[in-house]
Design a protein around this ligand. Sequence first.
Ligand code: AKG
Length: 244
Amino acid sequence: MINLNVDPTRFAETGYCLFPNVFSHVEVESNRRLLDEATDNNVLDGENYLGEPHTKDDRWMTICRNPRLLDAIESILGPNLILVYSSVFIKPPNSVDFVPWHQDNTYWKAVHGTDVVTVWLAIDDADTLNSAMKIIPGSHTGHREMETTPSAENAMVSKTIEITSEMEDTAVTLEMKAGSVSIHDSFILHGSDANLSDRRRAGYTIRYCSTDTAWVDVDLHPVPVYLVRGQAGSRGDGYTDCRL
Ligand SMILES: O=C(O)CCC(=O)C(=O)O
């Protein structure tokens, strides 16, 4: 059973939370097969990234609309939810690719507001050895957009936020079994190291907003915006209704 005992007040303070075992064993296998199919068929964008699969293949969209997943998000963001982006970050075994410290909101110029989150769904088990994601609790406070510099070679995102070693010391590693989910605020600092293990580490990142406090300028947004639960809000005329 999914544990929905997450306190939204605590999420507001820390900027992240974990939901173990949102997806069943059968669903975990099916998620893995879906990614293996994409890898085998060479439909990745580059070697380690699959961009916006929910707009191209209904099976990914089914994951994004999974009722248990939406219940978990609703417990944080409330009942009115839109889906704005999704992508898979794949770290093959023994790969040098890493994700430097960054804030997600840096990349989403058409998304406005503060109740904007990323769901990170573990396709594989993720732990310290195979480069699970790391987060700096509370670093979203004030929802400030921080200064960036161009990322180094082998970085999986193009802009880096330089942080102090004191800040880095407070980072938390989000170890998760496949099928578990973390949710983080779009302003929180996060990243992940190179995967030096002999196990793949893939995570499906899915980005949602509450239409109570956030909205998307669909004319500037590169993919359709989907209403997945509740109401679209006063600026939601251009969203695609995709409610179950
Ligand atoms: O998968 C990772 O290690 C990083 C994912 C990420 O940066 C994101 O969700 O924005």
